[in-house]
Design a binder for this molecule. Structure first.
Ligand code: ADP
Ligand code: MG
Ligand code: MG
Length: 352
């Protein structure tokens, strides 16, 4: 029965206690939306369900449908999107969450904005970019990560959050070439008043290929929130590397590759990743051509400071965001100059 929507008591409790619906619409509106969406086509498949492009009235929406046995994943992602003040240009826009039907025919929906360019991973496979393009992708993604990581104080404040599964497949590209962070299913929140880390009950972990050394060798201090932010920055460094490879300079560009693609097999085990990342301490390499372009050279410095072995030596998301912001300013200034190449070196040396 399409009109009979079932809501678990725990979700109802969550909504009531959060007095408002975080980054979403009022809860009853959410239920109305979810019931009135028509699904058009499947656009992505994950381990926990399938993502569809749908229509709600005249609007395109994305609908993540969780398989019934994954109610806890759906619940967790819903709960995280309900976080007060989460809404931001750099975070995938949440619209609604609902459970449709009961018994053997139950559908768990999570409705968000739809982005036709798809994931950053798909975008980088397809597009060749210039400096302006890569700086925009990187800067907007860093803005999203920074917002996620930042605690906003006050009675209606936002807790600090860490993503725990940062990778190019979990970042989406908008029509204007900016990015937003998606797939919050594994995120953790930090409750500063009680100094508690609110971690998901399921034992799922992020994507092995993007796991920080301290996650791989299991030395991450799970009760120390900063450790999760630092692990995100490591993964973000790998994403910066993926982006930078697709920037053309002097007519040359690299193909898109996953990080460590030529060092580990296609679905690497924990042990295979640990050997490369922790024991041999390898990192993705920098193509020689990056040295002869000031922007690409600065990008390589930036990613290097994100993926340090020592988590404490890594930059913060705020630092990464500011550096990329300044690189964009330099680029804008440079395009107005007569001898642009001479000046970019002077301007960029001070950037990091
Ligand atoms: P999972 O938790 O199963 O990994 P994701 O939320 O990461 O699910 O979505 C899986 C894939 O579906 C993404 O990598 C992306 O390609 C596509 N996708 C997800 N959400 C959207 C969206 N809002 N717009 C366009 N494509 C999306
Ligand atoms: Mg995903
Ligand atoms: Mg997920």
């Amino acid at each position: 029965d399409q009109s009979d929507s079932f809501i678990s008591d725990s979700l109802r409790g969550l909504i009531e206690q959060s007095s408002g619906c975080g980054s979403g619409m009022p809860f009853l509106v959410q239920r109305t939306i979810a019931r009135n969406i028509s699904l058009e086509r499947s656009i992505g498949k994950g381990r926990y369900g399938e993502v569809w492009k749908g229509k709600w009235r005249e609007e395109d929406v994305a609908v993540k449908i969780f398989i019934t046995t994954e109610e806890s994943s759906w619940f967790r992602e819903t709960e995280l999107y309900q976080t007060v003040l989460l809404r931001h240009d750099g975070i995938l826009g949440f619209i609604a969450s609902d459970i449709k039907g009961t018994g053997s025919w139950t559908q768990l929906f999570l409705v968000t904005d739809y982005h036709e360019q798809g994931s950053l991973y798909d975008y980088l496979k397809r597009e060749i970019l210039d400096v302006e393009d890569i700086l925009k992708l990187a800067h907007t993604a860093a803005c999203g990560l920074c917002h996620l990581h930042t605690e906003i104080f006050g009675t209606k404040g936002k807790p600090a959050m860490a993503h725990r599964d940062i990778k190019s497949k979990n970042i989406l590209v908008k029509k204007d070439g900016s990015c937003c962070i998606a797939d919050l299913g594994l995120a953790v929140r930090y409750i500063s008043e009680s100094n508690e880390v609110d971690i998901a009950h399921n034992t799922r972990q992020g994507t092995k290929r993007y796991m920080a050394p301290e996650v791989l060798d299991e030395t991450l201090n799970k009760s120390h929130f900063e450790a999760y932010r630092q692990a995100d920055i490591y993964s973000f460094g790998l994403v910066l590397w993926e982006i930078t490879r697709r920037c053309i300079s002097n007519g040359v560009v690299e193909e898109h590759q996953l990080p460590y693609q030529d060092m580990v097999p296609s679905d690497p085990s924990f042990e295979e990743m640990r050997k490369i990342v922790c024991v041999e301490k390898l990192r993705p390499d920098f193509p020689i051509r990056w040295l002869s372009n000031e922007y690409l050279k600065t990008m390589s410095k930036l990613m290097g400071e994100c993926w340090s072995h020592n988590p404490q030596a890594r930059l913060t998301a705020l630092r990464v965001k500011k550096t990329l912001g300044r690189m964009i300013q330099v680029l804008n200034k440079q395009t107005k100059l007569e001898e642009p190449d001479k000046i970019s070196e002077q301007l960029l040396t001070e950037v990091i």
